[in-house]
Ligand binder design. Structure first.
Ligand code: SRM
Ligand code: SF4
Length: 575
């Protein structure tokens, strides 16, 4: 492999050795699962189980108490279920629902990459959980790990032929980029249950060290940028031809959110448009781009290993040349596209053939209690499918005219039509999971944002902005899972009860925000946001979005450098 960069040689990161020696992701996972003396697995196995969609976690609310009692942490596992394009059947929904009850913590988490997560699965139930997931013809393979993750796509295939075609291509890409190791089925599933034949025990695409880091792919269909395509390592933006059909895709590379506080070399980055390809070229383009990252991504420093840094270090021209060399042909020139928003459209939308779709607002994607019970009733009678959105909500898709009155009455009866009453702020809010399950959280997120939005709702109402869509996002740490750097108002956990506050991203996901205030205590947030909302209400130009306003009046000034995101104060981790 040729390397033109003048980089001093550095030792490979230890995970590279771990992968290489893992016999295609087996390592000691089986032994660790069989070890009944602990509720968790070893550090090394934890790195490898990610490739199988499994994370060891512990209930952080119980840590101090367990420590006092001299007990092991309250360990359990999170299983992430891959759902390409977010599409699943009512039967699959019912399986997830019942697994959450019987094997998890009773809740179902819809992620912002259109996947399911089961939390709180104890070790002794982990294998049977994954076996049941596979029995329902879903899987957890490559939902995490240094591979291509769940491929995202706008969830409404019935809106037009374009949507249906794009979803099909997204699924082809998802399949092509799946690891081929037999370890997954060996460890978790009885081989005879695998749909689609014998997997090979080699990795023609990835090799035995897989990718340097996680890799994410999304398909966007303008004018909706619901998938936040520019936050992805690889993106495809659908381009329409003169007849309204699918001409092809603009290809984007090098997006990502994650950074570390106080490490200015790390930063969020928006993807660049690389070129254009036709629908039949997409799978090859995706594969070749993955191989460029496989061969040139940084395997010495995992904080510098994402494709965004490869693109930044090598430059877009170099990346394009290398991709074209591998393809054996040249990409086309990028076409024009226009995004209007990143949000979901709630309630009923009419399809072309008399069918209809209802998007349910699910706060932060956490399906629990009455909502869970109601969706179970709907799943029992629904003949279409379910579609997980990239904003953590749920579309009940392709409801027939015959089924619509019943589904409608179930939605109303169970209060799932409540999005009509929510403010534009709440409808555009997103939080990552954070405490108590996420081991990396520095502050609350999913458990706190709804409460904060309730307080801010009063300010929004007072300012006359009830129906104004304003994108607000929160994460418990700077890894950026809730895509907070693409929020018009973003909060990023710094320490327990403290957040860095960001302003000024574009409503359509095409501009990152900038740091506005550092280490804001949660009780001061409303006092800081109130005058901003009032000023926006009084001084905005016609149609001006909050993020654009924040830039125009100089609340923040984007410089396009790492300084837009970092501050100098140290980070404190909770116990
Ligand atoms: Fe994430 C790690 C949850 C979307 C960037 N993410 C984690 C882990 C697994 C924590 C860990 O490594 O121990 C979190 C599990 C928490 C829990 O208890 O469930 C976690 N990430 C999530 C989810 C569930 C947030 C949500 O509420 O929806 C999302 C699952 C998506 C999925 O189905 O695959 C999720 N994570 C994202 C996104 C958004 C996206 O992809 O569009 C990002 C930013 C985009 C990006 O990748 O740059 C994101 N997650 C990270 C990072 C930082 C990566 C980096 O480049 O620095 C980590 C930490 C890491 O990889 O070291 C991380
Ligand atoms: Fe955990 Fe941080 Fe991701 Fe939130 S942003 S889920 S706290 S890793």
């Amino acid at each position: 492999m040729s390397d033109t960069l003048d980089v001093p040689p550095a030792p490979l990161h230890k995970n590279e050795h771990l992968k290489a020696e893992s016999r295609f992701l087996r390592g000691h996972i089986r032994q660790d699962l069989d070890d009944a003396s602990t509720g968790t697995i070893s550090e090394d196995s934890a790195q490898l189980t990610k490739f199988h969609g499994v994370y060891p976690q512990d209930d952080r609310d119980l840590r101090a108490q367990r420590r006092k009692e001299g007990k092991e942490r309250a360990y359990s596992f999170m299983a992430r279920i891959r759902v390409p394009g977010g599409v699943c059947t009512p039967a699959q929904w019912l399986t997830m629902d019942s697994l959450a009850e019987s094997h998890g913590n009773g809740t179902l988490k819809l992620t912002n990459r259109q996947a399911f997560q089961l939390h709180g699965v104890i070790k002794s139930k982990l294998r049977s959980t994954i076996r049941e997931v596979n029995r329902a013809l879903l899987d957890t393979l490559a939902a995490c790990g240094d591979v291509n993750r769940n491929v995202m796509c706008n969830p409404n295939p019935y809106l037009s032929r374009l949507h249906a075609e794009t979803l099909e291509i997204a699924r082809l890409v998802a399949t092509r980029l799946l690891p081929k190791t037999r370890a997954y089925h060996e460890l978790w599933v009885d081989d005879s249950l695998v749909a689609g034949g014998e997997p090979e025990d080699e990795e023609p695409l990835y090799g035995q060290t897989y990718l340097p880091r996680k890799f994410k792919t999304a398909f966007a269909i303008p004018p909706s940028n619901d998938v936040d395509v520019f936050a992805n390592d690889l993106g495809f933006i659908a381009i329409v031809n003169d007849q309204g059909g699918l001409a092809g895709f603009d290809v984007t590379v090098g997006g990502g959110m994650g950074m570390s506080h106080n490490q200015t070399a790390t930063h969020p980055r928006l993807a660049d448009v690389l070129g254009f390809c036709t629908p039949d070229q997409v799978v090859d383009v995706a594969e070749k781009i993955v191989t460029v990252q496989r061969d040139f991504g940084d395997r010495t420093d995992r904080k510098h290993a994402r494709f965004k840094y490869t693109v930044e270090d090598r430059g877009l021209v170099w990346i394009r040349r290398e991709v074209e060399r591998r393809l054996g042909w040249e990409l086309g020139s990028p076409r024009r596209f226009e995004f209007t928003s990143t949000g979901d459209r709630y309630g009923w939308t009419e399809g072309p053939n008399g069918d209809a779709h209802f998007t349910v607002f699910i706060e932060n994607g956490r399906v629990k209690d009455a909502t869970k019970a109601a969706l179970r009733e709907i799943a029992k009678v629904h003949t279409g499918d379910f579609r997980l959105t990239a904003n953590q909500h749920l579309m009940i898709a392709s409801v027939t005219p015959q089924a619509r009155p019943l589904i409608d009455s179930l939605l109303v009866q169970h209060g799932l039509d409540h999005a009509h009453n929510a403010t534009g702020l709440r409808l555009n809010a997103m939080a990552c999971v954070a405490l108590p399950t996420c081991g990396l959280a520095l502050a609350e997120s999913e458990r706190y944002l709804p409460e904060l939005v309730t307080e801010l709702d009063a300010e929004v109402e007072a300012a006359g902005l009830r129906d104004d869509a304003i994108v607000i996002r929160m994460t418990g740490c700077p890894n950026g899972c809730g895509r907070p750097f693409l929020a018009e108002i973003g909060f990023v956990g710094k320490a327990p009860g403290k957040y860095n506050m960001y302003l000024g991203a574009a409503f359509n996901g095409s501009r990152l925000n900038c740091l506005y205030k550092t280490s804001v205590p949660s009780h001061e947030i409303v006092g800081i946001v109130r005058p901003l909302l009032r000023r926006y209400a009084g001084e905005r130009l016609p149609g001006e979005r909050f993020g654009d306003f924040a830039i125009r009046v100089g609340l923040v000034r984007p410089t396009g450098t790492g300084a837009d995101f970092h501050d100098a104060e140290p980070t404190a981790a909770p116990a």
